[in-house]
Design a protein around this ligand. Structure first.
Ligand code: ZN
Ligand code: ZN
Length: 214
């Protein structure tokens, strides 16, 4: 897998410090499990975090060190397990999330041959879903009211910014407006996390938006 579009340093740092909503954590964990480059950078950030903790140890008395170590044992660990491909195209963190492979995904049609499966919507307004877009199909032109992160699992899509193939991650924010088009051939399957509602320009997508919670 030749991955060309990666995570930014600020996103990797926010992920390793646990500052992101679960929807984005899932997309990042999925990309990291497929991408040696981002996994190495994440491990570097985690080592940095560890070095900071070690420095603080040196300033502590022996007794409080023990108490501190016990506390650290309770901290949740970032999952950096390597990719597992036994379940087909779904990366390991996603297999854990949906409880199996693609056959476990509950797809719903959203029109024009496009299907989606909402995996999680949290109270902070961030949501994560799988999208299946037939080859050659175009998604409605839209803007964003927050961060949008899209990981390609199968097939490819393009927009004005570039082409995104398997393993590639597109990061869009509120300054970006785009019209993703799936490449002809295989169905394009993506994992997409969004924060805030998308801003559609045409009337019809605006109407279906409330129905499908996009
Ligand atoms: Zn990467
Ligand atoms: Zn978008």
């Amino acid at each position: 897998m030749k991955i060309r579009h990666h995570l930014s340093d600020p996103l990797l740092m926010a992920y390793s410090s646990g500052d992101l909503p679960e929807a984005f954590n899932l997309v990042i964990a999925a990309h990291v499990s497929l991408c040696d480059e981002c996994r190495a950078r994440l491990e570097a950030f985690e080592a940095l975090g560890g070095a900071v903790i070690e420095e603080q140890f040196e300033e502590m008395s022996a007794g409080s060190l023990e108490a501190c170590l016990a506390k650290i044992d309770d901290l949740p660990m970032v999952d950096t397990q390597v990719a597992r491909t036994a379940e087909g195209i779904l990366p390991a963190p996603l297999v854990d999330y949906v409880g199996g492979g693609l056959d476990k995904v509950k797809w719903r049609s959203v029109g024009m041959g496009v299907k989606q499966a909402i995996l999680n919507t949290s109270e902070d307004g961030a949501s994560v879903r799988l999208l299946a877009i037939p080859g050659g199909a175009t998604l409605p032109n839209h803007g964003h009211n927050g961060l949008e992160m899209t990981l390609v699992l199968q097939g490819a899509f393009s927009d004005a910014s570039d082409r995104f193939g398997p393993g590639d991650l597109e990061i869009a924010d509120d300054t970006m407006q785009h019209t993703p088009v799936a490449e002809t051939g295989a169905v394009c399957i993506c994992l997409t996390a969004t924060q805030g509602k998308l801003r559609f320009n045409a009337l019809l997508p605006r109407m279906v938006q409330s129905i499908f919670r996009i």
